[in-house]
Design a protein around this ligand. Structure first.
Ligand SMILES: Nc1ncnc2c1ncn2[C@@H]1O[C@H](COP(=O)(O)OP(=O)(O)OP(=O)(O)O)[C@@H](O)[C@H]1O
Ligand SMILES: [Mg+2]
Length: 261
């Protein structure tokens, strides 16, 4: 559940992120200018390149943090949409990266799927995060199977990869903001934290199952859009116990402190 404390921290983080971003952009453009002007001095050029890399890294974190801060429940009060639309868009945007890593993708979408309600753009972002994570786990190729199906009153989207899998001691940390095993190649550790928050705000859940060395399966569950789509009422689904809470690995999501250290 999105607690008031988390929402307040999110808002604060968003404010700070916004303020930090402007001076960062100034540093970045000045460094790039210096590279153009003094690029002939090798030591200086190396130093500037190091500054540029690290400023870009901070900038990426800030951007993800901004995304993290702006996803509140209001964003999820959107229109009914087809999950397959968000998925197809996400696949199209990541196709090049997957192809270049020799990853085979198989997408199975059950016929006559009902709609979900919320923000198609946010869902697309979640799917992109999950696809890119799978790609990062399959550095030397592999297979990604994506399935969209109806399970009771929930829409399920499953992403199964044949990558490295997730060490058992990492399993309950991967949804924490800033947890990453890819810090060296630009990972911020915010992809899953943002995704978790988005899915939670859509009344759904995101869980993971993994055998280290064999791959990982992420499952996103979303409630089916109710017949009444007016945003004041939660869609009521007979049989299901109201709104589902996002529960990664049966751990309490509020344990994850969204602030760094
Ligand atoms: N499909 C996967 N297979 C193996 N490990 C995964 C998978 N998805 C996530 N992980 C693990 O979870 C960690 C956190 O993922 P998350 O998306 O939050 O951050 P990231 O991918 O490291 O960074 P970013 O999303 O900013 O690029 C990853 O660093 C990786 O260790
Ligand atoms: Mg990621």
């Amino acid at each position: 559940m999105l607690s008031a404390k988390q929402a307040a921290i999110g808002e604060l983080a968003g404010g700070v992120a916004h303020e930090v971003n402007n001076p960062l952009q100034i540093i970045l453009s000045r460094v790039q200018l210096m590279v153009v002007r003094h690029g002939t001095d090798e030591r200086l050029r190396d130093g500037l390149a190091l500054i540029e890399t690290n400023v870009k890294r901070i900038s990426r974190i800030i951007r993800a943090l901004l995304g993290f801060a702006t996803h509140n429940r209001a964003d999820a009060e959107g229109q009914p949409f087809a999950v397959s639309t968000a998925l197809q868009q996400a696949c199209a945007l990541t196709r090049h990266q997957l192809e270049s890593k020799l990853i085979e993708v198989d997408v199975q979408i059950e016929a006559d799927m009902p709609n979900a309600t919320g923000s198609v753009g946010e869902l697309e972002q979640v799917f992109i995060n999950l696809i890119l994570n799978a790609a990062n786990a399959m550095a030397s190729g592999g297979r990604l199977e994506i399935a969209v199906l109806l399970e009771g009153e929930s829409l399920e989207v499953r992403f199964s990869d044949t990558g490295t899998g997730i060490e058992s001691e990492h399993l309950d940390r991967i949804f924490e903001p800033f947890f990453t095993t890819h810090a060296d190649d630009g990972g911020t550790g915010l992809g899953l934290a943002v995704s978790y928050r988005i899915i939670e705000n859509h009344g759904g859940s995101i869980t993971v199952d993994s055998v280290p060395g064999e791959g990982a399966t992420f499952i996103v569950r979303l409630p089916v859009a109710g017949p009444d789509t007016s945003s004041d009422t939660e869609p009521e689904s007979p049989g299901a116990e109201g709104t589902m809470d996002a529960q990664p690995l049966d751990t309490e999501p509020t344990d994850a402190d969204p602030t760094p250290e």
